[in-house]
Design a protein around this ligand. Structure first.
Ligand code: FAD
Ligand code: FES
Length: 1272
């Protein structure tokens, strides 16, 4: 359960309406019911500043800090911080971090956003030195707009008048399917509830809204409690605090903070435990609206509050027209999934939290897949009450969340403890009882069965130590006057109760200097701000779905297959066609042109014809006047299936059934067989790497407008490949490409996911426009997008490695199986790239690689940043790790020993000089102070049993370019207008990588005019035809070069005019147009197994250190140092942004992001709730990036190098550091020898691999079908 918060806005209510609400609070629009907003002042990003009038400092600073790339998340970031500053103009760094905790960004890696907003802190002096290096001069205080709270928008006087004068009365809003009633008194609310017992009481809508929006739940009547004052009352009494059920979680937090500060410590145990949990519940925007009563009444199995409320002896007051009753919030209150003892006509009026008693200890713990803004995997509320002055337990409660359909009480376990002293022996009996009492079946929803069960034990252990600590401080037996050793926690055990480090340190970023003598006007090599950063920050930037609705516009919704492999026997569209607003329903039979698209020579159906081969395959499309109508109607289409046998999901099944997309690839160098015979040691094994969802913030979006003449169609699409969209639409409609134009203004993130998949969706949308002769829009919801459009290929690598006792790897034989899904898409290119990069930076003289794209009944996987490369060297690095174990070498030495050392041929016989690679490696070693820190890590691990550290240094050699020559070509069209302004069009699309900014810098240099005179409006197939995709890190290389050529030609053509009129101005010389085409000439001959598939290589090295909590598998990246060779950077700020963003995406790939499919092939992870990408809390606490100096590249513009993709791979430095930490934990657990850790190394995998006594206590589960498939 989660949202991305890109839609954050600010709300303010007049105190007359809502005395308990803080004056300004942020909310996310996607869950805020519009009916709830009566009387509210709503401020969006457009309202606080604009490029046309005056910028707000919050907008300016994110732009100046280079904290905006694609810009889709930027308004949300701006509004979150704006709200914070409205309430606290000089926040602390922790408050800034916490405020941004729930805002997701897929591009930047968050560091520049944090740095930009750090400038609002009262105390930034300690950060100043590194900090200013990080952001450049643009954030020096005197260059920034000052924040002046007196200039902020005031609460609108009309709303004040309205609050004062309007007669308060029940409001009723009626929609097509729903009636919203908002009473103003408790009596009325109870009356309505008794009249409509099935109608829910909506408060924050954070639970109800998700059901309505994403699960299609319809409530004919909804009763809002939002205006009923009694629900917001808070009463403090000596025996506890009574909090109105309507209080938001933010309000509850403030109330508890006040109580904890004012009450004696012994009374605050439950209050403090609740506070602890509240700081982890969701993000600020959700906490501002989600209510305490809503949390209790929703009875989530994972509620963070309910276990503490239950353990802490809290109660609720329930009320109906019949009267009030007070009910303890204990095991009997929660009766099943989402169910409590509430009667249908009752509401929760308030929650009572008693103060704790002398001798009582209450704690709350939680573990979640991401440190912040993620529902807990398992949480716990635990309370123990001791007999006065002793350690004998009088009373105890243990409640867990996440291990059953509702909050679970461990009663039998508690019985093991009551009446006994608090010591290891007692607790050992309790662990044993807990293993038997709190169990989960092998197919339990949510999976992670062993992990969840082990967490119940380790959280109890953590409680045990906390209580010991408490006893040490508070209990002193009468006979002992100084110190009582029973309560002493051995120092190495203390790490179980200590928190992981959390404080973000200043980072250091080293730019390259521009050459001395470069003109001030020449922007190349300078940290020029992203050309659209201010438009992003002010909300002025236009994305595809922002285009205003056109006359007669329709909306398209697709119907997708519910079966993994079946024959379609009938499609019944009759009900859908009769629904309001529906205009058309069509299938593949209605396609006038080609019914398929051909990628890499293999056909892929646009809409299924007769048979479906995965869940999520598009079957037909519904077109209606509005989005809700189209969605409702598409849900009403009935597709009848006859299941077919032989469903294949895993690569093992595909291998067994020989289910592959051809060709398979093979490459070999040296004599592998002989080398194995001569090797001192041989290891064989396998490594798995899971897939990765693109999770671009802007989902697939397009608008197709038939121009009504000569079959012309105009397509606005969020695509990386406008030419592919143009061709796909033309082929589908059976018209020439010249009749179709595709336009891309900007893209809200793409990462490879907006190539082939967008072209298919555009074909379907164009068909709808063609048939209806009206404009048609298609914008996928997040869940649909994730279901339909595929992801990064999961890969299984089976390897055999031969190496010598001195650590040299002499032979490697690897077979890679990529799970391609049900259609080929780019899979063959991906498996080729896997083989081309299998050597990474290592010179293995006898090397054999084979790769196959496995055809399975899962959604079709596709291109993703790095295009197979992040899956490959990861395997070879994994092999090296294995070899270390037996050869007794430090892994670092083995990596170093096997690096390419001198000019060499790759395994595809391409010559290169590794000098720059070795410089990156050495510089990274030095910058990261690796030698010293390795010793520190070893010392730390010796001193701590439950926290372990690991450090890893990883090299990278990355080939830039497409092996297919035609994909490396580009064109540009440059208009110089008579007023001297310049309009540049090129084939690259702006998706956040800053290509337009860099191209502007190129044009500015070449034409010798200021940057401000160069404009780039959009990418369009009518301006620049036959473009290559913006992918493979070559966008700036090829398009920049084309623009350079075009500008040089123009500049030359102006030469005679300039000569004729040497005193003229730029404006007086101008008037010309030119086109230029440029590209790399690259190839790969797979028969000869040789080629020059890359224009050049780029190199880097990255060192990461992590700290791991062995009890939960949670970890923190303590520090990352990354040295990157990007030649001579055209724009160091943009390049560092790309490097950091890619690294964070890699960190997500290797340690967090998990796609989960049901045993019948249904994708479970269909939104930010189930699929976790890195958030602010995942940024390395210290993240230093150095651009290698003195590197040149004759193969690309101004000696620069491609930067978008390579560093995704370096996220694996975190994976390998984690593996080191796990190895240290295993050693303490008495486990030695090699062990496997698959990627992503999620907390679940890391914790289980640690082999603690708690994971070892969990018995093997029965062999029932697990909840999710084990992929690849
Ligand atoms: C992105 C996101 C992240 C989240 N993360 C966490 C988390 O980390 N930990 C956690 O514990 N929770 C989390 N939640 C859940 C959240 O705390 C609950 O959804 C919220 O507390 C419910 O309150 P609400 O006011 O929004 O309820 P609503 O959605 O308005 O209502 C929910 C249900 O409760 C009923 N209800 C509400 N108030 C009353 C009342 N006074 N009397 C009777 N019935 C009532 C409604 O009828 C409805 O059935 C998250 C939710 C979201 C959306
Ligand atoms: S800039 Fe944050 S998602 Fe693109």
């Amino acid at each position: 359960m989660s949202v991305c918060l890109s839609c954050s806005g600010l709300l303010a209510f007049h105190p007359l309406w809502f005395p308990s609400l803080c004056s300004h609070f942020s909310v996310n629009a996607c869950l805020m019911p519009v009916c709830q907003l009566h009387g509210a002042a709503v401020t969006t990003v457009e309202g606080i500043g604009s490029t046309k009038t005056r910028l707000h400092p919050v907008q300016e600073r994110i732009a100046k800090a280079h904290g905006s790339q694609c810009g889709f998340c930027t308004p949300g970031m701006v509004m979150s911080i704006y709200t914070l500053l409205r309430n606290k103009p000089q926040p602390t760094m922790e408050e800034i971090r916490e405020t941004l905790g729930g805002n997701l960004c897929r591009c930047t890696g968050y560091r520049p956003i944090i740095d930009g907003y750090r400038t609002f802190c009262e105390v930034i002096s300690s950060f100043i030195s590194g900090f200013l290096h990080a952001v450049g001069e643009s954030l020096e205080p005197f260059r920034l707009l000052p924040l002046d709270p007196t200039q902020e928008l005031i609460f609108p006087p009309e709303l004040i008048r309205m609050a004062e004068l309007e007669e308060r009365a029940t409001q009723t809003f009626r929609g097509e399917r729903m009636t919203w009633i908002s009473p103003i008194s408790l009596d009325e609310l109870l009356q309505l509830k008794s009249q409509h017992p099935q109608a829910p009481v909506v408060m924050g809508n954070t639970n109800l809204g998700l059901d309505i929006k994403f699960k299609g739940v319809v409530h004919p009547i909804i009763i809002s409690g939002f205006r009923v004052r009694e629900l917001f009352e808070v009463t403090e009494k000596p025996e506890g605090v009574c909090i109105g059920a309507g209080s938001s979680l933010s309000t509850v937090r403030s109330v508890l903070e006040k109580c904890v500060c004012s009450l004696p410590a012994e009374h605050t145990q439950t209050l403090a435990a609740l506070l602890e949990q509240l700081s982890h519940v969701a993000g600020e925007q959700i906490r501002n609206v989600a209510t305490l009563g809503g949390n209790v009444a929703s009875a989530y199995p994972n509620s963070d509050l309910n276990p503490v409320l239950a353990a802490g002896r809290c109660s609720v007051v329930l009320q109906s027209r019949e009267g009030k009753r007070e009910v303890p919030l204990d095991k009997d209150f929660f009766v099943g999934f989402g169910k409590t003892v509430l009667k249908p006509d009752e509401i929760v009026l308030s929650v009572f939290i008693p103060v704790s008693r002398k001798g009582e200890v209450v704690r709350a713990f939680r573990h979640a897949p991401r440190k912040e803004n993620a529902l807990a995997t398992v949480n716990a509320g635990l309370r123990v009450w001791f007999e006065e002055g002793s350690n004998v337990v009088k009373e105890m409660s243990v409640y867990y969340g996440g291990v059953g359909p509702c909050t679970v009480s461990a009663e039998r376990t508690v019985q093991q403890v009551i009446g006994r002293p608090w010591n290891e022996a007692t607790l050992s009996d309790a662990y044993r009882a807990l293993v038997d009492e709190v169990t989960l079946g092998a197919s339990a929803p949510g999976g992670k069965v062993m992990f969840r069960r082990s967490l119940t034990l380790s959280l109890l252990f953590r409680f045990y130590l906390h209580v010991l600590q408490h006893l040490k401080d508070t209990v002193r037996p009468p006979s002992v006057t100084w110190f009582y050793p029973t309560y002493l926690i051995p120092s190495e055990q203390l790490s179980a109760v200590e928190r992981l480090p959390n404080i973000i340190q200043p980072s250091y970023h080293e730019f390259q200097d521009v050459p001395s003598g470069q003109s001030e006007q020449d922007p190349v090599g300078r940290a020029v701000q992203h050309q659209a950063a201010l438009s992003h920050a002010t909300g002025e930037a236009v994305y595809c779905d922002d285009f205003p609705r056109t006359q007669g516009e329709l909306f398209l919704s697709v119907v997708t297959s519910a079966r993994a492999h079946a024959r379609i026997t009938h499609i019944d569209v009759s009900r859908a066609l009769s629904m309001p607003g529906v205009v058309d329903v069509f299938t593949a039979d209605d396609i006038p042109g080609k019914k398929f698209r051909s990628f890499t020579g293999i056909d892929e159906e646009i809409l299924a014809q007769g048979e479906v081969t995965c869940v999520g395959q598009m079957v037909c499309a519904v077109v209606a006047d509005t989005k809700p109508h189209a969605k409702l109607a598409s849900a009403a289409v009935k597709v009848h299936y006859e299941d077919l046998p032989d469903r294949i999901f895993t690569v093992e099944e595909a291998v067994e059934k020989r289910s592959f997309f051809l060709p398979q690839r093979e490459i070999q160098r040296g004599d592998v067989t002989k080398a194995f015979q001569e090797a001192d040691h041989i290891y064989e094994g396998e490594i798995r790497l899971g897939g990765q969802e693109h999770f671009y913030m802007e989902t697939q979006s397009m608008l197709v407008i038939p121009l009504g003449e000569e079959k012309e169609m105009k397509v606005y699409a969020s695509t990386q490949h406008p030419t592919m969209v143009q061709e796909a639409v033309a082929e589908t409609l059976g018209i020439p490409s010249s009749r179709v134009s595709c336009h891309v203004k900007r893209i809200g993130g793409a990462f490879g996911g907006k190539l082939s998949k967008t072209s298919i969706l555009a074909s379907i949308t164009a068909l709808a426009a063609w048939r209806s002769e009206r404009p048609v829009r298609c914008v996928l919801d997040r869940g649909e997008d994730m279901l339909i459009t595929g992801a990064r290929h999961p890969v299984l690598g089976k390897y055999k490695v031969g190496f010598m006792s001195d650590g040299r790897i002499t032979a490697a034989d690897v077979r890679y199986y990529a799970n391609a899904g049900h259609t080929p898409d780019d899979s063959v290119l991906v498996i080729e790239k896997i083989l081309l990069h299998m050597d990474n930076a290592y010179n293995i003289l006898n090397l054999r690689g084979q790769s196959a794209a496995c055809k399975t009944n899962l959604p079709s996987n596709t291109a993703f940043r790095g295009f197979g490369v992040p899956q490959t060297p990861w395997c070879s690095a994994g092999q090296l790790k294995r070899s270390e174990v037996s050869a007794s070498f430090m892994i670092l030495d083995i990596r170093e020993k096997n690096l390419y050392k001198e000019t060499s041929l790759t395994h595809y016989k391409m010559e290169f000089d590794p000098e720059v690679l070795l410089r990156c490696w050495e510089e990274c070693k030095e910058r990261s102070e690796l030698d010293r820190r390795r010793l520190d890590v070893a010392r730390f691990n010796q001193q701590n049993r439950w926290k372990k550290r690991g450090i890893a240094l990883i090299p990278l050699k990355y080939g830039v370019g497409f092996a297919e020559g035609f994909l490396n070509q580009a064109a540009a069209l440059v208009h110089i207008y008579k007023d001297g302004s310049v309009l540049v069009s090129h084939g690259g699309t702006e998706m956040g990588q800053g290509i337009h900014t860099k191209v502007q810098q190129v044009a500015s240099r070449e034409l010798d005019v200021p940057l401000s005179m160069i404009h780039i409006s959009e990418t369009s197939t009518s301006s620049v035809p036959n473009t290559c995709p913006s992918a493979a890190s070559i966008g700036t290389d090829v398009n920049g070069m084309a623009v350079k050529d075009a500008c040089q030609t123009l500049y030359k053509s102006l030469e005679p005019i300039r000569k004729q009129d040497p005193n003229g101005t730029w404006q007086s010389w101008c008037m010309c147009v030119c086109v230029s085409i440029r590209g790399h000439d690259l190839y790969m001959d797979w028969v000869k197994q040789e080629g020059r598939p890359y224009a050049y290589f780029t190199y880097s090295a990255c060192c990461s250190e992590v700290e791991l909590d062995c009890l939960t598998g949670e970890y923190r990246t303590v520090r990352t140092d990354l040295v990157a060779d990007i030649g001579r950077s055209i724009n160091p700020a943009i390049d560092i942004g790309q490097i950091e963003g890619a690294f964070m995406q890699g960190l997500g790939l290797y340690t967090m992001e998990e796609l989960k499919f049901s045993p019948s092939g249904v994708l479970y992870t269909r939104g930010p709730g189930q699929y976790k990408i890195p958030a602010v809390c995942d940024v390395p606490l210290q993240f230093n990036v150095y651009l290698l100096s003195g590197s040149h590249n004759p193969h690309a513009i101004y000696s620069s190098k491609g930067v978008g993709e390579p560093t995704v791979f370096l996220g694996c430095s975190v994976f390998f550091a984690l593996k080191e930490a796990v190895a240290a934990a295993r050693s303490d657990a008495g486990l030695s020898g090699p062990f496997t850790l698959h990627s992503p190394a999620t907390p679940e995998r890391a914790c289980i691999a640690c082999g603690t006594r708690f994971t070892q206590m969990i018995p093997e589960t029965e062999t029932a079908q697990p909840w999710a498939l084990e992929l690849p």
